[in-house]
Design a protein around this ligand. Structure first.
Ligand SMILES: Cc1ncc(COP(=O)(O)O)c(C=O)c1O
Length: 408
């Protein structure tokens, strides 16, 4: 089949709820992908953030191939070795001794976190804490951030602080209030006796790679402690080493109560999950929550192989080096490209704030064989593989350097 034939088939049979580029990707290796017509692209945005260790990482491929021939699915009515091993591996990489729940995507991970927070809130009526709202058993409100992105199912969508995603599907799930990201006072003003949690991406991804102001994450933790609220970190995009730490909140030495993960968790295989402190996790009792495919053997084998690859190849350190390499190249580009307003980077999470629409740049980069992303209309977003070669970074940056000065 050709690109054109595949596109025609989509037009006839697939619901067009995505804006797609007119290219059908067929094969990938590390930071390179090929389309069905044989065209080659360097990929600075592999798998929409899921390709943390590149396309078809060898250990993940091997682990999945082995597992799929052994046992494809184990329902959660049985124990399964790999799920336990993955939970231990994820927990040990936090600074708290967490317990895990597994699902299949970021939105599901956040749904689970929302339910867990509410279950925990309802169970708190008998606590003896002096905090004013700790004795209220009807605590369900969650404060999230403007510009956040937590997913597309109704709970996670309601948590998402962007009205454009709400339009047409209201009413939303009640109980979400939004504070500007970076404004701790605004959070405090929204707290009342029904508030149960604060939920945030430590670095906003879809919202434009927005880094928190200095001290903000620590203050959010302190506010949560003072008001007896849970701090939920959505690490769906920032987790698994993307920023140079296993979980991005570790840059600020705080301990969240719940961490949600997905995207890169299983090296590109669909997987999601949460890690919660034990005294909170225990509120998810049998019957309260479930996911048929959650923690399945294929996803768990892929996730364990992902962790092994990150560790064996020293990719946390490499994430920081990648960020520095991009930073140097982008700073040079900024001198010659008036369209660049600001560069925001933590590890291999890279945002280039433009003063104009970034979509035409994404299109032109693609014509030159480079795949990048634009989010929030004016932010070029790069989430390269942690296994990307320095020569590939330079090759892609050469393309951007050529293109960007043409845009104002
Ligand atoms: C921070 C964050 N949370 C949640 C999600 C939703 O994840 P999924 O698309 O796997 O449901 C995303 C997706 O981009 C995300 O970036």
């Amino acid at each position: 089949m050709t690109n054109e034939q595949v596109i025609q088939q989509f037009q006839d049979y697939v619901i067009s709820n995505y804006t797609r580029y007119p290219v059908c990707l067929e094969r990938g290796e590390e930071s390179t992908v090929w389309d069905i017509d044989g065209n080659r692209y360097l990929d600075f945005f592999p798998g929409w953030g899921c390709g943390l260790i590149g396309h078809c990482p060898p250990k993940v491929v091997e682990a999945v191939q082995k597992q799929i021939a052994e046992l494809i699915h184990v329902p959660n009515t049985w124990y399964m070795k790999l799920q336990g091993q993955l939970a231990e591996a994820l927990s040990k990489r936090t600074n708290f001794n967490g317990r895990c729940f597994f699902c299949n995507s970021g939105t599901e991970a956040n749904e689970a976190a929302i339910k867990l927070a509410r279950l925990w809130g309802k169970s708190q009526s008998t606590t003896s804490s002096s905090s004013s709202n700790s004795t209220n058993s009807n605590r369900y409100k969650i404060i999230t951030m403007l510009n956040s992105f937590h997913g597309r199912t109704m709970g996670a969508l309601s948590a998402t602080g962007q009205p454009k995603y709400h339009r047409g599907v209201e009413p939303l799930l009640p109980g979400f209030q939004y504070a500007p990201f970076g404004d701790a006072e605004a959070i405090e003003k929204l707290i009342d006796k029904e508030t149960v949690a604060v939920m945030l991406e430590p670095i906003q991804g879809e919202g434009g790679i927005n880094l928190p102001p200095q001290g903000y994450i620590e203050i959010v933790r302190e506010i949560c402690d003072r008001h007896h609220l849970l701090m939920i970190c959505d690490e769906v995009q920032t987790g698994m080493g993307r920023t140079g730490k296993w979980y991005s909140h570790q840059h600020w030495s705080v301990q969240p109560d719940i961490v949600t993960l997905a995207k890169a968790l299983a090296g590109g295989v669909a997987a999601g999950g949460l890690i919660a402190k034990p005294e909170i996790a225990e509120k998810l009792k049998p019957g309260t929550h479930a996911a048929t495919f959650g923690g399945n053997p294929i996803a768990c084998s892929a996730a364990l192989a992902t962790i092994e690859t990150i560790e064996e190849e020293g990719l946390l350190k490499r994430a920081t080096e990648i960020g520095e390499h991009f930073h140097q190249r982008l700073l040079k580009m900024k001198e010659k490209s008036p369209i660049i307003q600001e560069i925001r980077i933590l590890g291999a999470m890279i945002g280039v704030q433009l003063i104009a629409d970034g979509a035409p740049i994404v299109q032109e980069a693609m014509k030159h064989g480079l795949l990048i992303n634009c989010t929030h209309q004016t932010v070029l977003r790069l989430l390269p593989s942690l296994r990307i070669k320095s020569s590939d970074i330079d090759q892609g940056c050469d393309i951007l350097e050529k293109i960007l000065p043409k845009y104002q």
